[in-house]
Ligand binder design. Structure first.
Ligand code: 13P
Ligand code: SF4
Length: 301
């Protein structure tokens, strides 16, 4: 930790000076997650908490779509993203024009967008969802069929839990698409009795072999509630690091995949963000109004 102490001290002082808070996703590295973040969680929790923040400045330690969601819900606050190139393969997989084409192809079918999309795509959708509430959002619409963008695997994993017909897009998370059912079988053989938790961005055949599938917060809660003696989280690497700190009695087996986008955020660039007020997140007001409606409809459920 001594390697980090200079940046940590500077960030804590800058937060006081600038009346700033740091929101950090569960995939941030432990020194960010445990030492400087004020609010941590999954995408749903961050979206909810973003609305309750009493600060002039919000630093989003996560990826670009999360910073946009925070700005949508806090239009009067300064939202900073320490590295603007922190993107997401899901958000990059679909454009607003693609959504308009889907609507032409399936007239009258509502569009549910995963929160992992840019604001201009949210503006074309009817409602947002996260991995923590996707099924509830789909069923809340009271229709027999929905279009669910952009994550094909999340859409298929939700389809397996509901009677609502789901038309999927072809986006994938570059981190979760790499897990395979063979990985799980090998883990079970090498570590008898292991509990396997998977994120619903994993392919359906991976989710089918897991003991539990849920959002990053749901996986963390599962470990806290069930205290498995051995566990593997089929998700981004920092998840296990962060959850393991709180459960020293649980053995974490750690084959994991790194998200290069999440890893662009560091203590050093959080410090620079606060020192130099960068990079300020802005959203075209015409897009923002419509995108905000999609997020607010989700939060109202
Ligand atoms: P959740 O934290 O909402 O489960 O999302 C995972 C993710 O991949 C975010 O980029
Ligand atoms: Fe996007 Fe996957 Fe990285 Fe999450 S883990 S930010 S879904 S690429």
């Amino acid at each position: 930790w001594s390697a980090f102490s200079d940046d940590i001290d500077a960030i804590l002082a800058l937060k006081r000076e600038r009346n700033a808070v740091i929101l950090a996703h569960n995939y941030q590295t432990p020194e960010i997650f445990h030492c400087v973040a004020d609010i941590v969680g999954d995408s749903l929790a961050l979206a909810r908490e973003a609305m309750t923040v009493d600060a002039d400045v919000i630093v989003l330690a996560g990826v670009h779509f999360m910073a946009e969601t925070t700005k949508l819900l806090n239009p009067a606050k300064t939202v900073l993203l320490p590295d603007v190139s922190a993107g997401c393969s899901l958000a990059d997989s679909i454009t607003p024009a693609d959504v308009r084409l889907l609507r032409e192809r399936y007239p009258g079918v509502p569009v549910v967008t995963y929160v992992n999309t840019c604001a201009s795509v949210k503006a074309e959708a009817d409602i947002c969802c996260t991995s923590g509430n996707a099924r509830a959002v789909v069923e809340s619409l009271g229709v027999p069929c929905v279009i669910m963008i952009p994550d094909e695997y999340l859409a298929k994993n939700v389809a397996a839990q509901t009677d609502v017909e789901i038309i999927a897009w072809k986006g994938h998370c570059e981190v979760h698409e790499r897990f395979t059912p063979a990985d799980i079988r090998e883990l079970r053989e090498a570590h008898p009795g292991i509990t396997v938790l998977a994120h619903p961005e994993c392919p359906p055949n991976v989710v089918a072999e897991a003991d539990f599938a849920g959002s990053t917060a749901a996986m963390s809660d599962y470990v806290g509630r069930n205290k498995p003696s051995r566990v593997v989280l089929m998700t981004e690497c920092s998840m296990s690091d962060n959850v393991a700190v709180e459960h020293p009695e649980v053995e974490f087996i750690r084959p994991c995949n790194l998200c290069p986008h999440m890893k662009r955020i560091t203590l050093a660039n959080i410090r620079t963000a606060l020192e130099q007020n960068r990079h300020v997140v802005t959203i075209d007001p015409q897009i923002a109004d419509r995108a905000r409606q999609s997020v607010e409809r989700m939060l109202a459920i």
